[in-house]
Design a protein around this ligand. Structure first.
Ligand code: HPA
Ligand code: ZN
Length: 341
């Protein structure tokens, strides 16, 4: 049989990606060695085998512990460069990248070190990898709101590099309204607004993020399905949801990929996008998520194309780039699929 041409992934935007969650075990070992830090694992393989989580908190514990290897501008530049190379290979043409300053400033690493380091890689990304980027400063919601406000103030010298603020970390017990003042200050500073809501937390947190914080996009949001009226509102207002299927399975928000509600969300008319969240920890990057949806849930080429289109529509790119990316997607020819033997 003649080999089929190699499939090129759909051009798409990745809108929900924590740069700290792209730290692959091999790079963690390189950075630990460079910075004289002892990791409590003998090998990258041993570290990878610790990536088994019972819920969001069990993941966050390891995620924050491993950030200890990130100390210098070069470390953050290397981390971002490694992600951008992988992202380009997965068809990502635009990436909106979360970073968690408080996970670093709490260890004595200055926010300037973080932003300048990431910017070293991001500044060349479009030219080197064809991936345009935005940075989203994410507040840790399990810390006091005063800490978030201080973080926003520390970020002020770097706001030309930051497009938006977000809200992540342990959700339950830390409702969006806790950050009302911080979000008002971020809005006044000209930043766009997003927040994680409805991952482990209740659907009410989604409405609160929209009504009290005034966010434009909801990260995760899968628990909206528990509230019919909320779904109707999200559909009517076409609020984008950045859904992360592999993450939902690995953090036990959903039992198996085969049970993921994404098809129901699309069928309801929600503006669903797909991202990888913390790809090093959750078993795959964004195209791996797309292909997982095809394999486990039978999503069609047309549905996958709709997800890619939604990601471009929901992104914070400027309008000329949005038009270019939409045109690129329209011109993308789906590879032929070999019929099942
Ligand atoms: N949820 C909440 N906080 C996070 C996540 C997530 O999926 N990833 C990194 N911080
Ligand atoms: Zn996330």
């Amino acid at each position: 049989m003649t080999p089929l041409p190699k499939a090129t992934p759909l051009p798409k935007a990745e809108l929900h990606l924590h740069i700290e969650g792209t730290l692959e075990p091999e790079l963690a070992f390189v950075l630990a060695e460079r910075n004289g830090i002892d990791l409590p694992y003998a090998t990258p393989e041993q570290l990878r085998s610790a990536y088994a989580f019972s819920d969001l908190q069990s993941f966050l514990d390891l995620y924050y512990r491993l950030t200890a290897v990130l100390r210098t501008e070069q470390d953050f530049a290397d981390l971002a460069e490694a992600y951008l190379v992988r992202a380009a290979g997965q068809g990502v043409r635009h990436a909106e990248i979360f970073f968690d300053p408080q996970a670093h400033t709490s260890r004595g690493v200055d926010i300037g070190t973080v932003v300048r380091g990431l910017a070293q890689a991001l500044d060349h990304s479009e030219e080197r990898h064809g991936v345009s980027t935005r940075l989203i400063l994410s507040f840790l919601r399990d810390l006091p709101a005063e800490d978030a406000m201080r973080t926003l103030d520390e970020a002020r010298p770097y706001l030309d590099r930051i497009s938006a603020v977000g809200l992540d970390s342990a959700e339950v017990g830390h409702p969006p309204a806790k950050f009302a003042e911080v979000y008002a200050a971020a809005r006044a500073a000209g930043l766009r607004l997003v927040a994680h809501a409805g991952e482990e937390g209740p659907p009410g947190y989604i409405a609160e993020a929209l009504d009290v914080l005034g966010v434009e996009r909801i990260d995760h949001g899968i628990r909206c399905l528990e509230d019919e009226d909320l779904v109707a509102r999200l559909v009517a207002e076409q609020i984008p949801l950045t859904v992360c299927p592999f993450s939902n399975v690995r953090l036990r928000c959903v039992d198996r990929l085969e049970d993921h509600p994404l098809p129901a969300m699309l069928a309801a008319g929600l503006l669903v996008t797909v991202s990888s969240d913390d790809p090093s920890y959750f078993g795959g990057y964004v195209e791996d998520n797309y292909q997982g949806l095809r394999t486990a849930l039978g999503l069609t080429d047309e549905q996958l194309r709709q997800l890619a289109r939604n990601s471009i529509l929901a992104s914070f790119v400027d309008e000329p780039r949005r038009e270019r990316l939409l045109a690129e997607l329209a011109a993308h020819v789906a590879p032929p699929h070999r019929p099942e033997a």
